[in-house]
Design a protein around this ligand. Structure first.
Ligand SMILES: *Cc1c(COP(=O)(O)O)cnc(C)c1O
Length: 423
């Protein structure tokens, strides 16, 4: 049984053969491989190929695949049942751990996906403020709830329009799309709907248009604008939470959100996400308040046990190790791409190699990247045994299971493949 056979079977019963579109490898002109097993930093495919994994399930595998603590915790919990639809211990312990590590999270509610977390946080922000509109940024991803699948309108100041069929114009009109790293565009959005902006929703360090860093003063400016207009600041830390530091981007960059969303790492590789924040806002949720939100599998004991085991492993030494590995990779790649139309951006253990001349700081910069060259780069690197995200608009991840040798190998191979892809 090979990947090609499985993909053929999959395409007969699953749209595009995949349960999440990026897995189809369409952006990079390749066919997907099927994973047979994963341990540490390695994936083994059904074709018998061994790959070094730099995707890490898009974030959760910060300690590598099948980490013994996580696997043992899942195994032990499994023995006592997998779902009760009633209260259990792991949900309390995980919630305490999330609040302990993120002081601005005074109360938290667990859900099953990042999409559910952001959707619920948005409803809560609207319910709390009694306002309809909100501001998001072009290129930031907040899952696939209708309100977020909205692109900028034709004029920079107009309200958004649906970016997917099935999202109604009525829904999209309450989503205002501003430019990341451009406070003027945010001011303009506030002015276009006076007194009706419930919140700003932002990836504090965007990873979903490739890794973009917030410029000094930008996030601080968002905080001030929210305070000035009585809007809430919602940091979407589904990717950056527990990744760029023990208390995410908020802790690393010292920005205090009113609400924050988490996912990926906090489930330890099982379906789990969360939203939380100020007590007075969170207490507006049902059953204390009128804002409705619920979930049959919310706080699932297996997922909570996996997440808790993972979070307990994330010590200061782990973050130091990730920083060291990330810096080593950056140094090697920067040295090799000097003078070429390539740009490497990194924070901690998140990074992107852009096919772009000069710094990538806005969505327009990302959009101007050479995506054809990126496709060739992805395929060449895959042949050399590295699995990188199959799209230019993504960040890749270093885990503690990567060795110095693997970091050096990625640097050497990435430089060679990028240069080959350019010509
Ligand atoms: C992955 C991601 C989401 C969506 O999470 P899902 O679990 O895929 O629904 C939302 N926001 C950010 C910033 C993400 O990286």
């Amino acid at each position: 049984m090979h990947s090609a056979d499985l993909f053929a079977r999959a395409q007969a019963v699953i749209p595009g053969g995949v349960h999440s579109p990026v897995r189809a490898f369409r952006n990079v002109g390749a066919e997907p491989f099927y994973v047979q097993s994963a341990h540490g930093s390695h994936l083994r495919t059904f074709d018998g190929v061994d790959l070094i994994d730099w995707v890490g399930s898009w974030g959760p595998m910060i300690l590598g695949h099948a980490h013994p603590s996580v696997a043992n915790s899942i195994r032990a919990t499994l023995e006592s049942g997998t779902s009760f639809g009633a209260c259990s211990l792991p949900e309390v312990e995980l919630s305490e751990e999330i609040c302990r590590r993120n002081p601005w999270v005074e109360k938290v509610r667990l859900v099953s996906s990042g999409t559910e977390a952001t959707m619920s946080a948005l409803r809560l922000a609207r319910g709390f403020t009694g306002r309809s509109a909100f501001i998001k940024f072009r290129g930031c991803y907040h899952g696939h709830a209708d309100s977020f699948l909205v692109a900028a309108g034709s004029g920079a100041l107009t309200h958004g329009h649906p970016s997917s069929p099935g999202v109604t114009a009525d829904t999209a009109k309450d989503t205002l799309v501003a430019e990341f790293n451009d406070l003027d565009s945010v001011r303009a959005a506030f002015q276009s709907r006076p007194g009706d902006i419930s919140c700003i929703f932002v990836e504090p360090i965007p990873g979903n248009m490739g890794l973009i860093l917030p410029e000094p003063g930008f996030l601080e400016g968002l905080r001030l604008l929210c305070d000035e207009h009585g809007a809430l600041l919602v940091l979407d830390e589904v990717m950056t939470g527990f990744r760029v530091g023990p208390s995410g981007a908020a802790g690393r960059l010292n920005i205090r959100p009113d609400l924050a969303t988490y996912g990926k790492i906090i489930g330890g590789g099982l379906p789990l996400a969360a939203f939380g924040g100020r007590r007075d806002i969170m207490d507006r949720l049902s059953p204390l308040g009128p804002v409705y939100q619920a979930g049959t599998l919310s706080g699932n004991p297996l997922a909570c046990a996996a997440g808790l085991a993972l979070l307990r492993e994330l010590t200061p030494e782990v973050y130091l190790r990730l920083e060291t590995l990330g810096a080593r990779l950056e140094q090697a790649i920067q040295a090799g791409i000097q003078g070429k139309p390539l740009q490497f951006q990194r924070i901690g253990s998140m990074a992107t190699l852009f096919f772009h001349n000069g710094p990538v700081r806005t969505f327009a910069d990302v959009d101007a990247c050479d995506k054809e060259a990126f496709s060739r780069f992805f395929r060449l690197l895959l042949e050399k045994g590295h699995f990188l995200p199959p799209a230019q608009f993504e960040a890749f991840f270093v885990s503690t299971s990567h060795t110095e040798q693997e970091i050096d190998r990625l640097a050497t191979d990435a430089i060679a493949c990028a240069v080959a892809a350019l010509s």
